[in-house]
Design a protein around this ligand. Structure first.
Ligand code: ADP
Length: 632
């Protein structure tokens, strides 16, 4: 019998498969099962549309047989089958649309072996594990059966055979085991069971296999006998394809926990089905707690991708924008190709549309949670709020409009969470900007000297407790036309005309003392001036234009050393109504040479209150001690 030659392209693909050093060879089973499932779909359709070809749904099955003796793995389906011509056409050439491109890519990047598993190259992938493949098939539209056989590159044969049952039976003669590769593993029950669970659990037809079950030995109650029994290995109905109203919370939760290895129930389930330009079903979850490595570079985000219930890839990043990277779940689309690669995912227009649609749904789920389940949302925000802020910062404010209303900050009023919308709605009539203060805790912020005056005005202040907060609002610039302003910036502009006049007079009257203090502090400050923001505290330090005090503090942190050390332009402000002011005037009048020491101690104090490090704590304490001695 004459051997037929593979088409040139197919030959190259085969070569790649046969000599594959790809470690994830196991995907061959997914590919064969997926082909079988497609064939069953076609037969099912035929049965539904043509009364001459009726077949009971229960007879549409996939059977896996492990023949250890002959070292054969057999995958059989009762699907549509193939005629001789179809075998010729489908198995003799590359059938897959993406395969030609795949081969080209593979040959270009021969070292990039990982690519195979992601692509899935269909039927030919079986050559990664088999030295010989036999396909026996009978088409539903024919009485004749045919056998296709090939041991690889040297070609294939097609011969007529007797086949009673409609469908296809693929026999793999497994390769010999090597030191690196135990092909005989594919004859083990546990292995096949695992692979079916992993890749094909949700195939809609039963995948049956004979397994050994232990039953009690009737002759000896202490013994069991292993008896062969047919078992369906897959669960068949994907949860996400079930009707939402029929799914119980526990089902959603159990599925989440087992699938995404979390031990806590999720905070929110997002499950929907969309028919349109691109049709898909998504089942997504917002975890209750951020995984411990969530805020580290190593954390891998992304959604699982299925096509027609067949698992394609895990953690498909391109389906999930970074600002929503906390979402876990899966997407099942009938419109995507099985052989889609990560590379294709990145560029594909359909995938982009899919990702956009997913993003919108997550967005509205979050908005909905904020509106209707406030408590839950606040918990969510405790876990993942940072990621939203980071999202605004990271892409230079590109997603500002989309994300800003999902943000919350603690208010200085009772420390409760407020959104920016709530804040601006509550703004006083004469209030022009959104005030914020940075600190490590609410207590620390509440002690900030600069807060008093703002409280007197009845303004609310947002407490920025995370380093990213200030960077985030700087990137946003404004909210609803209202600028953000730190209460420690130089120009708070809170004074009435009268107060301004009063300050100017006091400044004029004390100008020599103020400039003597500035001289004593040198480069450390830009200016020493009379304050209008202080009530009970003697001094405070504020930042002139340029980096803020909190940014300086952030950059001073070891971990952020890569940013380099940046310094705010500091201004030391003195409270003219505080007892210390009279004391300073007295010192300057009687002992002007001592004013420098006082200026220095007050400046260091102001830094400490602000949570900024002081450069020379030893010198500082020494000076305090001297002043204590002197005052007695
Ligand atoms: P793809 O499945 O992407 O088309 P494959 O190389 O896996 O590519 O398969 C090539 C073709 O062979 C399929 O399109 C199908 O027509 C046919 N085929 C493969 N397996 C079967 C099967 N079990 N039953 C019927 N036809 C099959």
């Amino acid at each position: 019998m004459a051997k037929k030659q593979f088409k040139a392209e197919s030959k190259r693909l085969l070569e790649l498969m046969i000599n594959s050093i790809y470690t994830n060879k196991e995907i061959f089973l997914r590919e064969l099962i997926s082909n079988a499932s497609d064939a069953l779909d076609k037969r099912h359709y035929l049965s539904l549309t043509d009364p001459d070809h009726k077949v009971a749904k229960k007879d549409l099955t996939i059977t896996i047989t492990r023949d250890k003796e002959n070292r054969q793995l057999i995958i059989e389906d009762t699907g549509i089958g193939m005629s001789a011509e179809e075998m010729e056409k489908n198995l003799g050439t590359i059938a897959r649309s993406g395969s030609a491109e795949f081969v080209a890519q593979m040959e270009k990047a021969a070292k990039n072996v990982d690519i195979i598993g992601q692509f899935g190259v269909g039927f030919y992938s079986a050559f990664m594990v088999a030295k010989k493949i036999t396909v026996e098939s009978r088409s539903a539209l024919s009485d004749e059966g045919f056998c296709w056989g090939s041991s690889g590159q040297d070609g294939y044969t097609i011969t007529p055979i007797e086949k009673e049952q409609i469908g296809t039976r693929i026999t793999l003669d497994l390769k010999d085991d090597t030191d690196d590769e135990k092909y005989s593993d594919y004859l083990q029950e546990y292995k096949i069971r695992d692979l079916v669970k992993k890749y094909s659990d949700y195939v809609r037809y039963p995948i049956n296999m004979e397994v050994l079950k232990s039953i009690p030995d009737p002759t000896d109650e202490n013994e069991t006998i292993d008896t062969p029994e047919m078992e369906t290995l897959n669960s068949m109905i994907p949860l996400w394809k079930k009707n939402k109203s029929k799914i119980k919370d526990e089902e959603y939760n159990e599925f989440y926990k087992s699938k995404f290895a979390d031990w806590e129930d999720p905070a929110k389930v997002i499950h929907y089905n969309i028919e349109g330009n691109i049709s898909y079903t998504a089942l997504m979850y917002i975890p209750a707690k951020a995984p411990s490595d969530f805020y580290y570079q190593t954390y891998e985000s992304g959604l699982q991708l299925y096509t027609k219930g067949v698992f394609i890839m895990d953690k498909a990043k391109d389906l999930l924008p970074d600002h929503f990277r906390f979402v876990r779940g899966l997407v099942d689309s009938d419109d995507l190709n099985l052989n889609i690669s990560r590379e294709i995912l990145q560029q594909d227009r359909q995938v982009k549309a899919l990702a956009k649609s997913i993003e919108k749904k997550i967005q509205s789920a979050l908005e909905d949670m904020l509106k209707n389940e406030r408590e839950k949302y606040e918990k969510f925000f405790d876990e993942f709020g940072l990621n939203l802020k980071y999202g605004i910062y990271k892409d230079y404010g590109l997603h500002k409009d989309q994300l800003q209303d999902l943000l919350m900050f603690r208010s200085d009023k009772e420390g409760k969470y407020v959104t920016l919308k709530e804040y601006t709605e509550n703004m006083k009539d004469d209030q022009k900007v959104i005030y914020y203060a940075c600190g490590k805790s609410l207590e620390e912020i509440n002690k900030l000297p600069a807060l008093e005056k703002i409280h007197d005005k009845g303004y609310e202040v947002l407490c920025f407790l995370h380093d990213i907060d200030e960077f985030c609002v700087q990137m946003m610039r404004d909210y609803d036309g209202k600028q953000f302003q730190s209460i420690t910036t130089a120009d708070l502009d809170l004074d009435s005309e009268e107060e301004k006049k009063d300050r100017e007079e006091k400044t004029e009257a004390n100008k020599d003392m103020l400039s003597a203090m500035k001289d004593a502090l040198g480069e450390a400050v830009k200016e020493v001036r009379i304050s209008s923001r202080l009530k009970d505290d003697p001094v405070c330090v504020v930042a002139a234009e340029g980096p803020s005090l909190d940014m300086e503090r952030y950059m001073a942190n070891e971990q952020n050393a890569m940013f380099g050390k940046i310094k705010a332009n500091k201004i030391l402000e003195i409270n003219p109504d505080h007892a210390i002011f009279g004391k300073l005037q007295e010192i300057y009048r009687d002992h002007p040479e001592q004013i420098g020491d006082y200026a220095d101690v007050l400046f260091q104090q102001a830094l400490l209150i602000q949570g900024l490090p002081i450069e020379d704590p030893v010198a500082y304490t020494k000076k305090i001690t001297e002043l204590m001695i002197r005052s007695n």
